[in-house]
Design a protein around this ligand. Structure first.
Ligand code: NAP
Length: 280
């Protein structure tokens, strides 16, 4: 039997818990958690992602503070905005929507986000702490995938995980999170030779390539767990999932697998950041 790793229903059920936590915060401090979103420029896909995140905040009773900057914003101007949000006690999490226009030094701006407000897990400091197994907010997509795997009690320890993709927000943190859970991890990328041979050895396969249906279903090992992090306008992911049903032991559908867990993890980490700020 093949299990469908249903990120949509898991995220909906955990939203109920988040609503209760937001209510508790409201009772305690007469304020709600606030996620600040920064959108630079007019890229329609980025604007849609920011709107979706704002709507998700509303659904659980949180507020979002939308900062919209013109496409010719400089690194210095963006750093000033981030600094203001870092100092604002009413803001608990900061999300800088990626990608930013090319004149901006994205890494410098990500790293300017205060660690305690880095709920999207984009700073080098947060990444380093997470890699060392210390407390830090993880990058939302891989952290959401780990939550999905744990919810379905997928065994990770001792398994051979193959992550295809090594981006700073997805492939790399994914590989480290799996390693921290005692998987034996292979990371593949665009220079990897004999990619199909690596994939054929995966007990847990994560596709994070950014190319529609790039990973062929006949490369996938029998009874493996298949995680497709990709999402493309044609409503498919990075893995050809048409023939995985019956072959693998579990897989994430596209849509409805990894995507909803990403936004849900962002909400969860913002609520946690607010709870921690109250405890201080
Ligand atoms: P990215 O920054 O473009 O990284 C793609 C990675 O794939 C790179 O490491 C690249 O290798 C590797 N790659 C490219 N061509 C390859 C090939 N022929 N063989 C093996 N590896 C190859 O993309 P990303 O931001 O990580 O996103 C990856 C996917 O996840 C996309 O489909 C994106 O839409 C999706 N995504 C989904 C969510 C969500 O919430 N569901 C969030 C983020 C991303 P090099 O490093 O060598 O270039």
């Amino acid at each position: 039997m093949t299990i469908i790793l249903d990120g949509k229903s898991l995220s909906q059920s955990t939203e109920k818990d988040l609503v209760e936590r937001v209510e508790l915060i409201k009772k305690k401090i007469k304020k709600v958690p606030v996620l600040a979103t920064i959108l630079v420029g007019e890229d329609p896909a980025s604007a849609t992602y920011v709107r979706m995140k704002g709507n998700a905040c509303e659904r659980i009773g949180m507020d979002s503070l939308k900062v919209e900057l013109p496409s010719n914003t400089s690194t210095t101007e963006l750093l000033k905005e981030i600094s203001k949000l870092n100092k604002n006690p009413d803001v608990h999490g900061i999300l800088l929507q990626h990608p930013v226009p090319e004149q901006i030094n994205e890494r410098q701006c990500f790293d300017a986000i205060a660690l305690e407000k880095d709920v999207d897990g984009v700073t080098c400091l947060g990444f380093g702490k997470m890699s060392m197994g210390e407390a830090a907010y993880g990058s939302c997509t891989p952290a959401g995938i780990m939550r999905l795997l744990k919810n379905y009690k997928i065994e990770i320890s001792g398994k051979h995980a193959v992550v295809v993709g090594r981006s700073p927000i997805l492939g790399k943190p994914m590989a480290l999170m799996l390693l921290n859970e005692n998987a034996t991890v292979t990371i593949c990328h665009s220079k990897t030779e004999n990619l199909a041979e690596h994939i054929q050895k995966a007990d847990i396969l994560v596709g994070a390539v950014g190319i529609p249906r790039f990973i062929q279903s006949d490369w996938i090992k029998e009874k493996s767990v298949v995680i497709d992090a990709g999402y493309h306008p044609e409503k498919c992911g990075d893995i050809d999932l048409d023939e995985v049903e019956g072959k693998c032991s579990a897989y994430t559908p596209v849509p409805g697998g990894v995507g909803p867990m990403t936004i849900n993890t962002l909400l969860k980490q913002t609520v946690e950041a607010c709870e921690k700020s109250i405890q201080k």
